[in-house]
Write a protein that binds this ligand. Sequence first.
Ligand code: TTP
Ligand code: MG
Length: 379
Amino acid sequence: MEQPVYDVLLCDLDAFFASVEQLDNPKIKGRPVIVGGNPDQRGVVATCSYEARQFGVHSAMPMKKAISLCPMAVILPTNMARYKKMSEKVLNVYKRHTSVIEQVSIDEAYLAVKSGTGIHIAHRIRLNVREDLGLPLSIGVSVNKLLAKIACSLAKPNNVRAIWPKDVENILWPLSVRVIPGIGEVTGRKLNMLGINTVGDLAAFPFDVLQDVLGNNAFKIKEYALGRDDRTLEQDRERKSLSQETTFPRDIHDPDMIMKTLYELAAELGYSLRSKAVKAKTITVKVRFPDLTIKTRSLTLSGATDDDEKIYATATGLFEHFRAKPPWRLVGINLSKLEKCGQPSLFPEDPAKEKITMLMDTLRQKYGKNALFKGRRLQ
Ligand code: TTP
Ligand code: MG
């Protein structure tokens, strides 16, 4: 096998929003802290400190339930501008150690460093972030993204852990198949029905049967189960556009169904923009008809946006052009003319909007598209 030229680190801050709050107010250090929306307005938990996790509280749980599980917790609203600032400071620490960085989200980044130096550098970065910035950080180290990410989840909280290719059998294989990217709840259950519970079961399973369950993803997932992953780091890659689309299992005649779908797509894209700290200026709606013809319609806004509602409103306006031409087989939204945000990308000057955005982001992460739509209806 070819010798890897670099080690990959996955750095993920621990209980990020809650840790920033504890840093800013030392009185709540060591206490259960829950950060999220207003419990009286169906707010949900964005995150909570590890002290609160012991009571069963977790991200995306309704605030009310979280408070009933942990009544002594300190409850705080989110302050995205503050978290964004800390995220930038953390990134600056990473930059002192390597120039090859892929920022995945506000608190997560892949770093590549010279082969053989990964563990040493990981410990130094963890200490720097802890001592210079006061934030707890966990780091997974390996030769690829997959193993680094899984190693980080094993390291948490506040530690460094490595999984090398020689450890795949002992460390990776006993874990649940759900640790493999692309295996969610539904696929996980299908695999369980075949008797595949651990990554080791998956690695040993005949490929042709896997293909029936996993379709086109079968090869990639089998590779992951063997601890192999050839994804490279996307360093500061200037993305030209972001897209989301839904193909319906049957022809859709009801425009309301399209509206719901556009809402879900807009929310996913808004979330992607915010997590990549970019905004989009051009919004394009794509529609496919039963005869497979595709039509698009675009609008360039006067100012770039990362606001779900704005994307949704623009997309529905564009869809009006196709409203009189049912049925539809696919609908999609493409965002282009992307611009990097100089400013925090959420809406600190508008707490109500921030709350709604966070609610949508958390619902989307936890429950997927349907809950997200429900979340909107509830407001
Ligand atoms: P995560 O890294 O998933 O969570 P975390 O940093 O709070 O905890 P840990 O990594 O130690 O498990 O997400 C980073 C931040 O993103 C988190 O602090 C709050 C925010 N977030 C939400 O707003 N909603 C969510 O559903 C999740 C999972 C995270
Ligand atoms: Mg984190």
